[in-house]
Design a protein around this ligand. Structure first.
Ligand SMILES: Cc1cc2nc3c(=O)[nH]c(=O)nc-3n(C[C@H](O)[C@H](O)[C@H](O)COP(=O)(O)OP(=O)(O)OC[C@H]3O[C@@H](n4cnc5c(N)ncnc54)[C@H](O)[C@@H]3O)c2cc1C
Length: 417
């Protein structure tokens, strides 16, 4: 009897799992069926890296694992067994897709095309896997192995890889079904929320963000909840019509609590990072003293973009004022705005605008060496379905790849046939 292996969800994790099964020689003893509800697999994958697909990140695994927050220890064995170098080698030597390294160790295809990545993966698995598209799975139950009911009929599998993704960018197909299926099979699902998402400014800060829409600057940012600093980050902040985005804001978004309505939650931006409040004040005193005929906004433009400098002077009531005779109180206000710019937040970051989902199937119930469920033997859970979210820079696709490898290896080591 041949081993019937089902893969539910043809996103990055599901496609990688089929690839790993193929690479490890599945066709000799098993049938692989990948079921995807969209008409074509990998819809989200084609959006990755702004359409260029940041495949992985070539950092040392010991450093890479720190990018997975609370899940760093869980993911470590997977990264050790199939790490970034293996991913690069897989793309270059197995599926013939050349890659290049960009800043911060990020790996992209030379073609700069996420669509080509998706197509290469699909092409590689089409010989050894049956790909059924346009089939939405409605339920998974345990009957003669796994009974999977879809909009195109029922399927039975001996072993099942659950890879229906998370809950972000729902239009790509990841609508939270992983959690429903895992929950129905007895798994605990950690409540989901946004990670790597933009944040919305509250009414008090919206005008300021709008005025600076499109401006980006380097800043230290800190998240405050009810007066307590709960997270901090450094990097590029991008102002937008709705609030803030950019790498460091997206990074910190996972720390914004999901129930912030009615609470005092804000981001504090230090627009002059690396300079203490006192040092900045002294610099300002020197500038004011040395350039009496210059507008304050112009002096500030030595530190931040001109538009941001104008917005700061407007916000502090110093619009149009010159250095000569500039009152000390106003200087203090400027210092405060430059070093402690407060952007109030409105609501939790939108999960649908998030690049990844925080939360998901509890890692306590999954074997980190095989990705097999501790609740349901023969069930493997990988990708964003799990309570793992990585920082940006190729971490999330690498997680999918590493987990897919462990699951494929474990499945093929079981001698069902
Ligand atoms: C805009 C954007 C850019 C990103 N860029 C990067 C990047 O450059 N690098 C990086 O590492 N990460 C990136 N990510 C994150 C990365 O795309 C995800 O972490 C990854 O796609 C998760 O893979 P997955 O297979 O678990 O889920 P998904 O890719 O969401 O795939 C799940 C699949 O399951 C299918 N499915 C769901 N429910 C059912 C059902 N009931 N029946 C059948 N099929 C179902 C869905 O249609 C979908 O195809 C980005 C994310 C976004 C949104």
């Amino acid at each position: 009897m041949r081993n019937r292996i089902g893969i539910i969800g043809g996103g990055a994790a599901g496609l990688f799992a089929a690839c790993q099964l193929n690479r490890l020689g599945v066709s000799e003893n098993a049938d692989v069926t990948l079921i995807e509800k969209n008409n074509i697999p990998g819809k989200k994958l084609t959006l990755t890296g702004h359409g260029r697909c940041n495949i992985t990140n070539r950092k040392e695994v010991s450093r890479l694992k720190e990018g997975y927050h609370e899940a760093s220890n869980f993911i470590y064995p997977a990264l050790m067994e199939f790490g970034p170098e293996d991913t690069v080698s897989f793309f270059e030597n197995v599926i013939g897709l050349k890659v290049k390294e960009e800043d911060n160790n990020r790996i992209f295809p030379v073609s700069d095309s996420a669509v080509k990545v998706r197509d290469a993966l699909v092409s590689y698995i089409s010989d050894c896997s049956k790909i059924i598209c346009g089939a939405e799975v409605s339920s998974i139950s345990i009957k003669d192995g796994f009974e999977v009911t879809t909009s195109k009929g029922q399927y039975h599998f001996d072993q099942l890889i659950l890879s229906c993704g998370g809950s972000s960018f729902r239009e790509t197909g990841s609508s939270g079904d992983s959690y429903r299926f895992a929950g129905s099979l007895g798994h605990t699902v950690i409540p989901v929320r946004a990670a790597l998402a933009p944040v919305n400014a509250d009414d008090g800060s919206l005008g300021f963000c709008r005025a600076l829409s499109g401006v980006s600057l380097d800043a230290d940012i800190s998240l405050y909840c009810e007066g307590k600093k709960t997270a901090s980050m450094s990097g590029v902040v991008l102002f937008a019509g709705f609030g803030l985005t950019g790498p460091s804001v997206m990074e910190i978004s996972r720390e914004v609590p999901s129930d912030i309505d009615g609470k005092d939650v804000y981001l504090e931006l230090d627009l002059v990072p690396g300079t203490s409040d006192e040092e900045f004040d002294r610099k300002l005193i020197d500038l004011i003293g040395g350039h009496p005929d210059t507008k304050i906004a112009t002096l500030l433009s030595g530190f931040i973009p001109q538009s941001a400098a104008s917005a700061i002077t407007e916000r502090t009531g110093c619009e149009g004022l010159y250095a000569q005779g500039f009152p000390k109180d106003n200087r203090k206000k400027i210092c405060r705005a430059m070093k402690h710019l407060r952007i109030g937040l409105k609501g939790a970051p939108d999960l649908n605008a998030a690049y990844v989902t925080r939360g998901g199937v509890s890692l306590k119930e999954v074997d980190r060496k095989t990705m097999e469920s501790r609740r349901v033997p023969g069930l493997y859970i990988i990708g964003e379905a799990l309570d793992i979210d990585g920082i940006s820079g190729g971490y999330n696709l690498q997680a999918c790849m590493s987990e897919a490898y462990l699951a494929a290896k474990a499945i093929l080591s079981k001698k069902i046939c």
